[in-house]
Ligand binder design. Structure first.
Ligand SMILES: NC(=O)c1ccc[n+]([C@@H]2O[C@H](COP(=O)([O-])OP(=O)(O)OC[C@H]3O[C@@H](n4cnc5c(N)ncnc54)[C@H](O)[C@@H]3O)[C@@H](O)[C@H]2O)c1
Ligand SMILES: [Zn+2]
Length: 350
């Protein structure tokens, strides 16, 4: 798979550095948050503003978008055209898909504007559209030629959004272990500067995993799903921001691992003494997990629609043994529902 080159920069790059004929696909709300972006975008004659969110990724809406995009780019050749995408994960997934199919594939530059996109979704080349309520059912592997990590753009986000990126950062630090975890685990507060400080290490770690399994054939890339199986189901059910749901999904996975003796309770307790781990428990278990029939039925349906299933009712679940050591175990959807009830009722003294 083609390698993306990464550029860390304080400000948005000079337009002339990006290509000769550029189609700028961008999150229209960015003009509200960044005056730098607002004046920068005026340098691009071909602009396609979009509203971020899952509707943008809907396959039903795609024909409307692509008609307008083809009309905008009618004078550009596939050889010269570059799609530059500026936005969070939804705009990145949509814009990446456009670049991969437009004129049979054109150059792609990603400029992520959310922490989630900067840490995770802009890297690894996955593009996606949704079919009905089923997320990411259609897509391509199409790594960007260049990815710009722009400090001023990322810091233009309201600081409360740092928590959303933090779930992904914590996940990757736990998967990495070693010196990354050692340094990260000493941090006391989640601030936007903290996310910028660890951005490079987090991205490097993601590439280490992706490069061993670029097309998701061997299962290794599945490690990146730590915290995501139950996290995703809770995200949809409670309509939570992705990163917040993943925080909780991580805690669920750790405690499930203790129950299955993949991690000792002593190691879990030691891990939870790090200040960064405290963020896992907000919102609390009592606000998220229920053991009534209606909640479990919903969870069952959401878990059954997980794309990562290995058979009709089994999924690969990622457990952490220790920072730097994760393992994948096949579990059934029923196992997960039983574990949800167990964790809900468990006396854990916390
Ligand atoms: N391709 C992948 O590998 C991959 C991996 C993980 C997630 N995803 C996808 O990513 C999406 C979620 O990512 P997201 O949360 O970044 O999505 P998003 O694009 O919907 O952005 C979330 C919100 O942040 C706003 N926003 C964007 N940049 C901002 C800025 N600088 N300041 C203020 N507000 C800003 C957006 O307008 C939107 O309201 C989902 O669609 C998910 O499926 C893809
Ligand atoms: Zn995620």
């Amino acid at each position: 798979m083609r390698k993306s080159s990464l550029v860390f920069t304080a400000r948005l790059p000079k337009p002339s550095l990006l290509g000769s004929e550029i189609l700028l696909v961008y999150d229209e709300s960015l003009v509200k948050y960044s005056t730098e972006f607002k004046s920068w975008l005026k340098s691009f004659p071909l602009r396609y503003p979009v509203a971020a969110g899952e509707k943008l990724k809907s396959v039903d809406e795609f024909p409307l978008h692509i008609h307008k995009i083809v009309a905008l780019c009618r004078k550009s050749s596939s050889r010269n055209l570059t799609v530059v995408v500026v936005g969070g994960g939804s705009v990145g997934d949509f814009g990446g898909f456009v670049a991969s199919v437009l004129k049979r594939g054109v150059r792609l530059i990603q400029i992520p504007s959310t922490w989630l996109a900067a840490i995770d979704s802009a890297h690894g080349g996955k593009t996606a559209l949704n079919v009905g309520s089923a997320k990411n059912q259609i897509g391509t592997f199409y790594p960007a030629d260049n990815i710009f990590l722009v400090k001023s753009l990322l810091l233009s986000q309201p600081s409360a959004r740092s928590f959303e990126g933090f779930g992904e950062l914590l996940k990757i630090a736990l998967l990495a272990g070693g010196s990354f975890w050692k340094s990260f685990s000493k941090e006391k507060n989640v601030t936007p500067d903290l996310l910028w400080k660890y951005l490079r290490s987090a991205i490097q770690e993601k590439y280490k995993i992706v490069n061993k399994d670029p097309l998701e054939k061997t299962g290794h890339r599945h490690l990146l799903n730590l915290g995501h199986t139950v996290g995703h189901a809770l995200e949809v059910y409670h309509e939570l921001p992705h990163g917040i749901a993943i925080n909780y999904g991580l805690d669920f996975s750790l405690r499930y691992g203790v129950h299955l003796k993949l991690m000792t309770r002593k190691d879990y307790d030691a891990l939870m003494t790090y200040p960064v781990m405290a963020y896992l428990l907000s919102p609390s278990r009592d606000q998220l997990l229920f053991s009534n029939a209606q909640f479990l039925k919903n969870m069952q349906n959401l878990l059954l629609s997980d794309k990562k299933k290995t058979s009709s009712h089994k999924l690969r679940f990622v457990f952490l043994k220790n920072p730097g050591k994760a393992t994948i175990v096949e579990v059934t959807v029923d196992d997960l529902l039983i574990e949800i009830c167990r964790q809900k009722e468990e006396e854990w003294n916390d």
